[in-house]
Design a protein around this ligand. Structure first.
Ligand SMILES: [Ca+2]
Length: 412
C-alpha cells in the first residue's frame, strides 16, 4: 500500500515536472512553429532623429508575441477622464478622475462609490487629480496618498496629499498636503506624476519639468523640484538615506534627477529596483532604472529632438556621469502609467513590464532579462485608444483610457 502510494506520488511529480518543461519550451512557439520571441521589431516607422543607441538592443528590440490565449473586455465606460487605476486589497478598483474626484468600482467594473472632498485641483492641460497610492497598512488605516496639480502663489505645481478614504460618507477625511515640488511656474504641462511605495514604507514621487524652458533647465538643479524622482516619508519629509540630505542648497527629498516628464513608476518584482518611464520630446521616450543619487540626463542628453525639428542642447546622447536609458522609443510611445505583471496566469508575462501608450495607442509589453529589454509587443493596438494607466491584480491587467473606458485583460 505504502509502496503503491510512493510510486503514485512519484508518477504525479514526474508528470508535473514534465508538463512544466513542456510549458517552458513551448511557450514561445506558436501553432505554426514560429519562435515568437524573435520577430521583427514592432516599430517600422522612420525615427525622428538619426542618433545611434549606446548599446545593442537599447531601441527597436526584437518583436515578441503572447502565445497564451487572452481576452480584453471593456468593463466600464464613460468614466470621464480617468488618470490612474489601482487595485484595492479586496480586488475592487480605485480610479482617479482628472477633474478632481475618485471612484471605487467593483472587480467587475460596476461603479460602487464616488469619493469627493479633495483639495481643489488645477484641472487644465495635463493637470488635475493625478495618481493615487494606498498606504501599505491601508486595510487598517484607510489612508491614501494622491498627487495633483495645485494653484500655488502666482503659478502651479505638483503636490502630494494624504487622507483617509471614508466609504460610508463618500468623502476623503483629513486631506492634508504633505509635499510640494516647488517652485510654482505658469504651465499646464509636465506635472509628472506617479506615486509608488518602496518596500521600506517610503513613497517615491515623480515630477515633470513643466515643459517651458525655465523649468527644463531646472531638471539638472538640485535646488528645484522640477524633473525629479523624490523619496519621502508618509509625512512628506525626506526619506532616511536620501542622497542629498547633507548637501547645502539641495532639496533633501530628491532621490534622482535629470528627468523630463515621468508619468510611470513601478517596483520590479524580480529585483526590487525602481523602474521609470518618461516622455521624451520628439522621439526619445525612455525607460530607466532609477538609482539613488543618479542623474538621468535631461536636457543635456536625449535621443529626441525639439518638436520644431532642431537638436536639443548640443545634440549629445551619452555623457559620463549621466545614466543611459535601459530602452528608448523613436517615434514616441508617450508612456503614461505602467505596471509589472507579477503573476503566473499568463506564464510568459511573468515580470514583464506593461506600459500604457498615449500617442502610441497601445499597451506596450516589454520582456526583461538581466535588466535589459529583450522583447517588445504591442497589445490592443486595434482598439486605437490612448491608454492612460495599467494596473495588475491576481493574474489580470486593468487599464483606463482617455475615452473613459476601463479594460480588463485576462487569460481566456
Ligand atoms: Ca534620460
Amino acid at each position: 500500500m505504502q509502496l503503491k502510494q510512493t510510486i503514485c506520488i512519484s508518477a504525479i511529480l514526474l508528470f508535473v515536472h514534465a508538463s512544466g518543461c513542456a510549458n517552458n519550451s513551448s511557450s514561445s512557439i506558436d501553432n505554426n512553429g514560429t519562435d515568437t520571441t524573435k520577430l521583427p521589431p514592432v516599430e517600422t516607422k522612420k525615427a525622428n532623429a538619426e542618433y545611434k543607441p549606446a548599446f545593442k538592443g537599447q531601441t527597436r528590440i526584437a518583436g515578441t508575441k503572447t502565445v497564451t490565449p487572452y481576452k480584453a473586455e471593456i468593463i466600464a465606460v464613460k468614466l470621464g477622464n480617468p488618470w490612474a487605476v489601482i487595485p484595492m486589497p479586496d480586488g475592487r478598483l480605485l480610479i482617479t478622475i482628472k477633474s478632481g474626484f475618485m471612484e471605487i468600482h467593483t472587480a467587475a467594473g460596476v461603479l460602487e462609490k464616488k469619493i469627493t472632498g479633495f483639495p481643489k485641483v488645477d484641472d487644465g492641460g495635463q493637470g488635475g487629480l493625478l495618481d493615487v497610492a494606498l498606504d501599505p497598512s491601508f486595510s487598517k488605516n484607510k489612508t491614501i496618498y494622491w498627487s495633483f496639480s495645485e494653484k500655488y502663489g502666482s503659478g502651479n505645481l505638483t503636490a502630494v496629499a494624504k487622507g483617509q478614504l471614508n466609504e460610508a460618507t463618500g468623502k476623503i477625511d483629513n486631506p492634508t498636503v504633505i509635499f510640494r515640488a516647488t517652485p510654482a511656474l505658469n504651465s499646464s504641462l509636465h506635472f509628472g506624476s506617479r506615486l509608488v511605495f518602496d518596500k521600506d514604507g517610503n513613497l517615491f514621487v515623480s515630477t515633470g519639468e513643466r515643459s517651458i524652458l525655465e523649468g527644463r533647465a531646472q531638471a539638472q538643479l538640485l535646488n528645484s523640484g522640477l524633473g525629479k524622482i523624490f523619496k519621502i516619508t508618509k509625512d512628506g519629509k525626506p526619506a532616511p538615506g536620501n542622497p542629498f540630505i547633507n548637501q547645502k542648497d539641495a532639496m533633501p527629498e530628491i532621490f534622482a534627477y535629470g528627468i523630463r516628464n515621468a508619468q510611470s513608476l513601478d517596483i520590479n518584482p524580480a529585483t526590487g529596483e525602481l523602474w521609470e518611464a518618461e516622455f521624451g520630446p520628439r522621439g526619445g521616450d525612455e525607460v530607466n532604472i532609477i538609482k539613488r543619487g543618479k542623474n538621468y540626463g535631461w536636457p543635456v542628453i536625449t535621443y529626441g529632438i525639439e518638436y520644431a525639428g532642431p537638436a536639443i542642447g548640443n545634440a549629445i546622447q551619452q555623457k559620463t556621469g549621466m545614466e543611459q536609458p535601459v530602452y528608448y522609443w523613436d517615434p514616441t510611445l508617450s508612456p503614461s502609467g505602467m505596471v509589472f505583471y507579477s503573476g503566473n496566469a499568463i506564464p510568459e508575462w511573468k515580470n514583464n513590464l506593461f506600459i500604457g501608450g498615449l500617442s502610441g495607442s497601445h499597451i506596450c509589453r516589454l520582456v526583461i532579462v538581466n535588466n535589459r529589454v529583450v522583447g517588445e509587443e504591442r497589445l490592443l493596438e486595434d482598439k486605437k485608444e490612448r491608454f492612460r494607466d495599467v494596473a495588475y491584480y491576481n493574474g489580470m491587467l486593468y487599464a483606463v483610457t482617455d475615452n473613459g473606458n476601463l479594460y480588463r485583460i485576462n487569460k481566456k
